[in-house]
Ligand binder design. Structure first.
Ligand SMILES: Cc1cc2nc3c(=O)[nH]c(=O)nc-3n(C[C@H](O)[C@H](O)[C@H](O)COP(=O)(O)O)c2cc1C
Length: 375
């Protein structure tokens, strides 16, 4: 019988399914609900020292839907937690009292100020959280104050902030990456080189969800105006998978033993399996919970276990990164295909059906000949 239990950065996760920082982790009540439904871990909504500066607007979401009316793309212009840190400290304690066996991650964000990072870490640590996730990635609102993705886009600043964070705590720390850069390896390397235990990726992709063709205003429209937001949900999964592959490759090559938490459009156990096959240790879900509710974890668990059973995998570790060796350059694909074709042609030297030149296509054998060319 396969198990989903996994140990990451020395911490035991009952399963890899983690609530991603966002509305599904906004307070103790909802985090406890998530654990009760079966989530193994939760990254709480990002906290900072002074929540009075965090002021949200409404509406702050925009969605794209498919022909079945199901959202596949979701933009938000929501900020980090509006709940004061003093209250979060009480809520962290309450959560750990009720669910000591689940992993509680404090998602933290501060300005470029060493004392501020030390203080927020010490206060959350005293409240009993198991580990930290540094939000270097919120793409809207906070960058105006040089926070969030303003830091995540700059490897030099990341190096410095991560060295403060490393000095401030012995608990595991993940750095949450923004996808709004060209090479995800650069900020990831800066954080890992500064001693951070793992990378979480990705946060939302900077976006404009659309323009209202009646009012001619961009959306979501607040008093006639908007600001670019962050895109999430199913539509971002291919981009998240690509970035996970790149970070996992970096970890394999330069930072063995560090971890990766995959995020972006995950809604099923099969989605989770794909991220793990590309090197993730755990997976996080935000928009999927906003669409389907906390119970989604039960189907995800069954689907992931069924996938493991089908392939004979007993543990997550057994298939983590298994698809990674199969990325190469386009030139290598061309060489491999040429070599395979030559081999095939040689093997079928005595048969006329091995098509290598257009003159060999035959009207009668056309379907068979087509089938033989399928990879
Ligand atoms: C409404 C909303 C609010 C979010 N707030 C936060 C946040 O406070 N901190 C953070 O690190 N990520 C935040 N995120 C980003 C998510 O944690 C996640 O990285 C992103 O949405 C991609 O995953 P998904 O497709 O499963 O939603 C938020 C996402 C949404 C949709």
């Amino acid at each position: 019988m396969p198990t989903l239990e996994t140990t990451v950065n020395g911490i035991k996760f009952p399963n890899p399914f983690t609530i991603a920082s966002g509305p599904p982790g906004t307070n103790a009540r909802v985090i406890c609900r998530a654990y009760a439904e079966g989530w193994g871990a939760a990254s709480a909504k990002t906290v900072c020292l002074d929540a009075s500066k965090i002021i949200n607007v409404a509406p702050r979401y925009g969605r794209l839907k498919d022909s079945n009316n199901e959202p596949y793309g979701w933009e938000n212009i929501e900020l980090i937690s509006t709940m004061p840190l003093e209250q979060w400290v009480d809520e962290f304690k309450l959560i750990k009292d009720r669910f000591p066996d689940r992993v509680l991650i404090a998602s933290i964000m501060e300005e470029f100020n060493k004392d501020a990072w030390f203080e927020i870490i010490q206060r959350c640590e005293a409240a009993g959280v198991d580990m930290f996730e540094c939000n270097f990635s919120c793409p809207h609102g906070l960058p105006e104050r040089k926070m969030g993705s303003a830091m995540g886009e700059d490897p030099e600043i990341l190096s410095e902030v991560c060295s403060w964070v490393r000095a401030a705590t012995d608990k595991p720390v993940w750095a949450k990456m923004t996808p709004n850069i060209t090479r995800i390896e650069d900020p990831s390397r800066a954080c890992l080189a500064a001693g951070i235990d793992g990378i979480s990726a990705i946060n939302t992709i900077r976006s404009v969800i659309g323009v209202d063709l009646e009012t001619l205003r961009p959306m979501p429209t607040v008093e006639g105006y908007t600001t670019p937001g962050g895109y999430s949900c199913k539509a971002i999964k291919p981009i998240a998978l690509r970035m996970n592959m790149e970070i996992a490759t970096l970890i394999r090559n330069e930072f063995k033993g560090r971890s990766l938490s995959g995020i972006g459009g995950i809604e099923t156990g099969e989605d989770a399996a794909e991220f793990i096959l590309l090197g993730a240790d755990t997976v996080q879900v935000c928009t999927g919970v906003m669409k389907h509710g906390y119970k989604i974890v039960q189907a995800m668990t069954e689907q992931l276990l069924a996938f493991m059973d089908r392939h004979g995998f007993e543990t997550i570790e057994e298939f983590k990164g298994k698809a990674l060796p199969y990325f190469t350059t386009h030139a290598d694909l061309v060489d491999r295909q040429a070599a395979a074709k030559a081999k095939k042609a040689a093997a079928k030297a005595n048969r006329e059906s091995g098509i290598t030149a257009d003159e060999q296509w035959d009207g009668d054998d056309f379907v068979k000949q087509s089938d033989e060319l399928v990879g």
